[in-house]
Design a protein around this ligand. Structure first.
Ligand code: SAM
Length: 282
């Protein structure tokens, strides 16, 4: 049997299995094992953990996760063309790799983990990266079934996740991500590291779930944030009308000027607004 260390180079695997990248599936592959091992290591200690990987493709990051000591990797891949290449890694991994064919948006990952310590580590397909992230951030119960997430996004999306209040990048994604986790950009990856190279730089973002996020109903928060940023250039007294209730008493209760704009409202203030909205609706 071939050991993980002795698997053929990824370029050869891609050629042998005819894995020409498909744009519609967001396929930009990482073929440099030094880089994929760096990403795997940046996800924290892997031993003692199950790792969920979305979109293993030909398996560059998958191999790295296994080589860096994950107890088990559960990899969810939508493209059936990748399955034979992944089966070769599974054979070398001697029971530590489980491949699930399907759309990651439809998979109940918490059920797969079954309460074992878990991390999510992935080079995400850009077309479903944001919905996947939002789903993980909205997980209930909280703290979530995963101990950390280490995810690659287009740099522009990464900036929207970590943005502080006051700038254009600050919005729904920043509020949701920073309410429940501490996100930070670990490092960038240049387009040339990928095959084929995408147009933009990518960033690896690490999310540590907060044990005690500010108390706040996630649906109310979502409503307030959607209303506020839905018309981000308007003053809150006008944009929050979309909530279907007079925003003036809400803003007064929290001590936010009615002339303020969404961009300058902190995560804590959004949580307070959501709480006040809940109280008002009884
Ligand atoms: N992990 C590989 C790497 O780093 O080289 C491939 C990453 S590539 C950016 C994204 C992968 O996600 C592709 O293999 C693609 O087929 C897969 N994919 C796209 N949409 C998906 C979905 N909805 N569910 C699961 N996998 C998906």
């Amino acid at each position: 049997m071939i050991a993980l260390d002795d698997l053929p180079p990824l370029r050869e695997v891609i050629a042998r299995h005819g894995l020409a990248a498909r744009k519609a599936l967001g396929q930009n592959f990482l073929l440099d094992l030094n880089l994929t091992r760096r990403i795997a290591r940046s996800g924290g200690p892997l031993s003692g953990h199950v790792v969920i990987e979305i979109g293993p493709g030909p398996g560059g990051l998958t191999r790295a996760l296994l080589l860096e000591g994950a107890d088990e990797v559960i990899a969810i891949e939508r493209d059936p063309r990748c399955l034979p290449a992944l089966a070769e890694i599974a054979a070398a991994a001697e029971g530590r790799l489980t491949v699930i064919e399907g759309d990651a948006l439809d998979v109940d990952m918490a059920a797969l983990i079954a309460s074992r310590p878990a991390r999510i580590i992935a080079n995400l397909p850009y077309n479903v990266a944001t919905p996947l992230l939002v789903g993980w951030l909205q997980t209930d119960p909280w703290p979530p079934w995963y101990r950390s997430m280490t995810l690659m996004f287009q740099r522009e999306v990464a900036e929207r996740i970590v943005a502080p209040p006051g700038g254009k990048a600050y919005g729904r994604l920043a509020v949701l991500a920073q309410w429940r986790t501490e996100p930070r950009i670990l490092f960038d990856i240049a387009p040339r590291a990928f095959t084929p190279p995408p147009k933009v730089t990518s960033s690896v973002v690490q999310f540590e779930p907060r044990h005690n996020p500010l108390p706040c109903d996630k649906r109310a928060l979502e409503r307030v944030v959607a209303a506020a940023f839905g018309q981000r250039r308007k003053m809150l007294r006008s944009s929050l009308q979309a909530l279907g209730t007079d925003p003036a008493p809400l803003l007064e209760e929290i001590g936010i000027a009615p002339t303020e704009r969404a961009e300058r409202v902190s995560v804590a203030q959004f949580c307070a607004l959501a709480q006040a909205l809940e109280r008002m609706r009884g």
